[in-house]
Design a protein around this ligand. Structure first.
Ligand SMILES: [Zn+2]
Length: 149
């Protein structure tokens, strides 16, 4: 699915307006927009709170998308309230991938409007390593079995 970076960026920028809610909490310093395979765009804002209980704008956008029972993200972007494009943090990369493994093909818009696939931002993914470890474990268990018998 083709998409326009500037349109997606405008959707994220439209919600990225920092609001100071209290001395311990602000929101909207970052806005995110996800283009779903349905063609719909979902947005979210971050909440920055003391004690690490806030979350990223991408998390909020994912929750918004899931309300429509959609999981496949075609493209995504996050911007701060100055309009600067921010790459997703590791936790957001992981969350988007876990929501739908097909999201390895999500086109992530990075600073300077560079576009990379999510899977390329998650090299040596732990679940692939887990699978490889399990395979190695099974193989070594098979090798050990004859010696134990
Ligand atoms: Zn994040």
């Amino acid at each position: 699915m083709e998409f326009d970076i500037d349109t997606l960026k405008a959707a994220a920028s439209a919600v990225a307006r920092e609001q100071n809610l209290s001395k311990d909490c602000s929101a909207g310093g970052v806005g995110a927009a996800l283009l779903c395979d349905s063609g719909d765009t979902y947005t979210g804002i971050c909440i920055d709170a003391s004690c690490s209980i806030g979350f990223c704008a991408e998390h909020a956008a994912i929750a918004e998308m899931l309300k429509s029972r959609r999981t496949r993200v075609v493209a995504m972007i996050a911007v701060n309230d100055r309009g600067e494009i921010l790459p997703p943090c590791g936790r957001c990369r992981e969350l988007i991938y876990q929501v739908d493994k097909r999201n390895g093909d999500t086109q992530v818009i990075l600073p300077d409007k560079r576009v990379m696939l999510l899977r390329d931002l998650l090299p040596w993914h732990w679940s692939a390593n887990k699978k490889r470890s399990r395979e190695r474990g099974e193989a070594s268990a098979r090798r050990r079995s004859p010696r134990r018998a």
